[in-house]
Design a protein around this ligand. Structure first.
Ligand code: BES
Ligand code: MN
Ligand code: ZN
Length: 527
């Protein structure tokens, strides 16, 4: 059976996850001229500034098509607008490929973010055309290896399939076997580009695994099942995984997590990941914390029915942590990393917490529950505390936390919060490069007044105004001064509308950011 993203979700359910995870097809990388690339479809990004002669010598594609490209550019049939496609034959018999597709790159920045998106869009098109072998030429500005990695990520992201539960539709055909072509790649060693392509492949696959998890319905992906799958996919890569059950959770005093879990018949879990590479320094220790609500009904403060089905993805942050842990282990990140994913359903059962109830957190702080639908910050409060207990010196949490962040930043940008600023800026830079858009929002002390309770230490909601900020400030109460970043992915975890580079459904946001962060941190002083 071919290895593919979509083979996996069912494979996981069938409990044969491990062999499939290990049998991924590598993406090839070559430095030969375009004329010598042996493939069925050659895909070349084409920018608006490019004339027909943009590629020369053995890469001269226009003459190889008998001047078709020049003709299409002149007639404006093809204008290189973003994601526009031009498919034409290669008539020059000395070329090995028989067809070429130009994909428009527009007139903006030509960095890794664009090339990643172009690769995904091209990958989706190649899949649709059932191409068996396809090659994608790396073009753009910036570091060649970084661009090559982005291409491999983008091509891999195009392999995600979310239709596992359809029985009337045949399963999609295998994706093309990919070759990444480094232009003028014979000039210098290809090793960095080769390594970058392999790295991009891993990061793309781990993103797709997170998408599969976020796509799973709540009745399949209960907290117990989420923990089992997360343990399998991370454990397979060499991550040490421990699953805490209710008894252990109770012993740790995680009253916030237990409070949320009371409304459900499904027991909660805490999934704990440890990546401890041999010889790694004692510090820094990166602590990743992900929200793992496998379904959010809102609890007693129940949500309206419309679009509630999308609340199956309320564990997307937890999935990002689990899948980033897998990538971190596969790529041998040189520092220690801890992952903590508290997971439960938020249901309105007979024993559910009620507005006005007061919960005691593992950190000792008491919380007056004003709205049971603000459950994410509750379980994360205990999760952040636990990551600190396990020795995290730098924290990042990822959560589909607030509708408010969607109002502020829409569906393409995650909210970024934290302190101190140096740590926030490092995460922001890494996120930018990884193609996970994020924008910082402020945590001014004055906002904190909104979550002061008359009767307990904190309230779990702070009213309508600045809802994503007060949610972040609630989390800040549990980090005890440890450098911390919070990424609110409520808008970015799920695409409501298809874009050329992202079909409707789960996006896999934050996986690449979290994994790359473990590498970007090596410069941080041990203290
Ligand atoms: N999981 C939701 C946030 C969410 C909303 C994610 C929309 C994705 C799309 C979260 O648990 C929630 O319900 N938040 C409330 C908080 C409020 C009660 C203070 C919200 O944002 O409405
Ligand atoms: Mn909620
Ligand atoms: Zn939620």
């Amino acid at each position: 059976m071919y290895r593919a993203g979509w083979a996996r979700a069912s494979a996981i359910s069938d409990n044969v996850l491990m062999p499939l995870l290990l049998s991924s097809t590598p993406v090839d990388c070559t430095g030969v001229p375009l004329s010598a690339v042996d493939t069925d479809l050659l895909i070349i990004p084409w920018f608006q500034e490019d004339g027909p002669g943009a590629l020369a010598g053995n890469n001269a594609i226009d003459p190889a098509t008998g001047g078709e490209i020049a003709r299409a550019l002149t007639s404006k049939e093809f204008q290189a607008k973003p994601f526009e496609l031009l498919l034409t034959a290669i008539t020059d018999r000395s070329w090995r490929a028989r067809r070429v597709a130009l994909i428009g790159g527009g007139s903006g920045e030509q960095g890794s973010d664009l090339i990643r998106k172009l690769a995904t869009a091209a990958g989706l098109a190649a899949r649709q055309k059932r191409v068996a072998r396809a090659a994608f030429a790396v073009r753009g500005r910036g570091d060649r290896a970084e661009l090559a990695q982005a291409v491999a990520e983008g091509l891999t992201l195009a392999e995600f399939y979310g239709g596992n539960y359809k029985t009337a539709e045949p399963p999609p055909s295998a994706p093309p076997a990919w070759t990444v072509v480094v232009l003028n790649g014979m000039d210098t060693t290809l090793d960095p580009a080769r390594a970058a392509v392999a790295r991009g492949r891993v990061l793309g696959e781990c993103s797709n695994l997170a998408r599969e998890l976020a796509n799973e319905p709540g009745n399949t992906l209960t907290p117990t099942e989420f923990a089992r799958r997360a343990a399998a996919l991370a454990g397979d890569a060499g991550v040490t995984v421990e699953i805490l059950d209710e008894k252990q959770i109770e012993k740790l005093g995680m009253g916030l997590l237990l409070g949320v879990a009371r409304g459900s018949v499904e027991p909660p879990r805490v999934i704990v990941f440890r990546h401890v590479p041999p010889g790694a320094p004692e510090t820094p220790v990166l602590g990743l914390v992900g929200k793992g609500i496998t379904f959010d009904t809102g609890g007693i403060s129940i949500k309206p029915a419309e679009k509630m089905e999308l609340m199956k993805d309320d564990m997307a942050g937890g999935a990002a942590v689990a899948c980033a842990m897998r990538a971190i282990a596969l790529l041998h990140a040189p520092i220690r990393v801890i992952g903590v994913v508290p997971t439960t359903e938020n249901m309105p059962g007979g024993r559910a917490i009620k507005p006005g109830d007061i919960l005691r957190s593992a950190a000792g702080k008491t919380v007056e529950v004003i709205n049971t639908d603000a459950e994410g910050r509750l379980i994360l409060g205990d999760g952040l505390w636990y990551a600190r207990q396990l020795g995290a010196t730098h924290l990042v949490d990822v959560a589909t936390l607030t509708g408010s962040v969607v109002v502020a930043l829409g569906k393409i940008t995650s909210g970024l919060f934290g302190a101190p600023d140096a740590w926030v800026q490092l995460v922001r830079r890494v996120a930018d490069r990884a193609g996970d858009r994020a924008w910082q929002l402020p945590l001014f002390d004055e906002y904190g007044d909104q979550i002061k309770s008359d009767i307990a230490d904190l309230m779990n909601t702070g009213g309508r105004a600045a809802g994503s900020i007060t949610a972040a400030l609630f989390l800040k109460e549990f980090v005890d001064g440890v450098p911390w970043v919070h990424i609110d992915i409520a808008g970015t975890a799920w695409a409501d509308e298809a874009r050329p580079y992202l079909p409707k459904g789960p996006s896999g946001v934050a996986v690449r950011t979290l994994a790359e962060l473990a590498f970007a941190m090596t410069a941080i002083q041990n203290d």
